[in-house]
Design a protein around this ligand. Structure first.
Ligand code: ZN
Length: 151
């Protein structure tokens, strides 16, 4: 178990701009308690422990950040989905279901979780792990013939 990541003050979170928190996907004690029953069931359905941890930490961080910004209790912050194409509430970009609450974006990769929140409008964050392994194109000359590697 990891310690709970520090969160900016309410004043800082209400200022314009995007506020980022980078965390490992290691759950801290109580993180899962910030999720709804449905979210915990979704987390349990992940086959890989790393993916499960990333999802739990992402949702828990969003609730903590929105709680700090709005003063609402973290566990009571609704995170809803609505598909812009078909109107379904089962998929689509998740958002806080409270008028005036900050918008958020979560990205995770390789055991890391990046959460961005902003009062200014929609945002998107993206995190990618960088591998030290050579790319397929770097390997191409050693394993492919001259014609095969021409693309
Ligand atoms: Zn849809």
């Amino acid at each position: 178990m990891a310690p709970s990541p520090p969160i900016a003050s309410a004043d800082a979170l209400r200022r314009p701009g995007i506020h980022l928190v980078l965390s490992t996907g290691d759950r801290w004690p109580g993180a899962a308690h910030l999720l709804t029953t449905a979210e915990r069931a979704r987390a349990d359905a992940f086959r890989h422990e790393q993916s499960r941890g990333e999802f739990v930490v992402g949702r828990a961080l969003v609730r903590r950040l929105v709680a700090a910004a709005t003063g609402l209790p973290a566990r009571e912050i609704p995170i809803v989905q609505d598909c812009l194409r078909c109107g379904s509430d089962r998929h689509g970009k998740p958002r806080v279901g409270v008028v005036g609450a900050p918008q958020f974006s979560v990205s995770h990769s390789g055991g890391w979780v990046l959460v961005g929140v902003s009062q200014d409008g929609a945002l998107g964050v993206d995190i990618e792990t960088v591998s030290d392994r050579p790319s397929l194109l770097d390997l191409a000359p050693s394993v492919l013939s001259a014609t095969e590697s021409e693309v």
